[in-house]
Design a protein around this ligand. Structure first.
Ligand code: G1P
Length: 283
């Protein structure tokens, strides 16, 4: 079993980030000088994925433009001898084979994934959510693929979070089978503190077996009246084993302004020029 396809849902309106996302996809929000979605695509590529489907929607054409060749800019850079930047742009053009599909109705994450059915076919595949970045020496997706291939089962990434945040995430009830690897007993989407079976939150990385589509097809709208991937996984887990793997790295998100700001600071610290500025500012 070799896992080589990835699906990146990017159709959401980005309402948590208005007005910045009124006329710009939230996936294009820059982490310093690189849009968030590039980190996601790079993680997939570093994990051995060579075929990527990005699910887009209205107003998301910038994402397609970004991964396309930018002849005019590249020509100007060539003429001006700015070859380092030219090389950077060419690397983006050549990152991977990227396909696009537009989700016409915003019926939820589960619905977006279901749109990928004919692209995925009968193979296991990876889902990466654009709000979540994982800083790690071994890419999070690569780690999940490693376990999924060994187990022959779906594996999703989880991380412990403070109990007061469980209402924002999918949460698993799971039993640890080896260091950081859990067998899932149940899953619940955005529970209240009282309903949450644990503080192990699902973050946006999944390796899924293709049977997930059968369950997605039968999933009714759940939390926020949306077709939830977590609900499909809950039904699937009753008939097929699903595992959860704690991430080896740091989970950063760009889902709202507070987390986005923290993510920017985290990446700034990795850049000597910006680190100097942070120190000058006493940050
Ligand atoms: C989605 C999933 C949720 C998961 C989260 C991770 O929620 O439905 O289970 O925990 O991503 O970021 P969303 O953030 O799209 O509401």
């Amino acid at each position: 079993m070799r896992i080589r396809k990835a699906v990146i849902p990017a159709a959401g309106f980005g309402t948590r980030f208005l007005p910045a996302t009124k006329a710009m996809p939230k996936e294009m929000l820059p982490i310093i000088d690189k849009p968030a979605i590039q980190f996601i695509v790079e993680e997939a590529v570093k994990s051995g994925i060579d075929d990527i489907l990005i699910i887009t929607g209205r107003g998301k054409f910038e994402i397609e433009d970004y991964f396309d060749r930018a002849f005019e800019v590249e020509e100007v850079l060539r003429r001006k001898g700015k070859l380092d930047m030219l090389k950077k742009l060419e690397e983006i053009d050549n990152l991977a084979d990227i396909h696009y599909l537009r989700q016409k109705d915003m019926l939820g994450l589960g619905h977006a994934i279901l749109k990928a059915k004919s692209f995925v076919g009968d193979e296991p595949f990876v889902v990466l959510l654009g709000d979540d970045l994982v800083k790690a020496s071994v890419p999070c997706t690569k780690d999940l693929i490693h376990h999924a291939e060994k187990l022959g089962s779906s594996v999703i990434a989880v991380e412990e979070i403070p109990m007061e945040k469980v209402h924002s995430y999918g949460v698993v009830d799971a039993e640890e089978v080896s260091n950081g690897l859990f067998k899932i007993k149940d899953l619940v989407e955005k529970p209240s503190v009282e309903e949450a079976p644990s503080n192990l939150a699902i973050l946006g990385r999944y390796v899924l077996m293709p049977e997930v589509f059968e369950y997605l097809e039968n999933t009714k709208p759940g939390r926020n009246s949306e077709i939830q991937l977590t609900d499909a996984l809950r039904a699937m887990n009753k008939e097929h084993d699903i595992y959860a793997k704690k991430i080896n790295g740091k989970w950063l998100t760009v889902g709202n302004k507070v987390e986005y700001f923290k993510t920017l600071l985290e990446f700034a610290r990795d850049d000597p020029e910006l680190l100097k500025v942070l120190k000058e500012l006493g940050l």
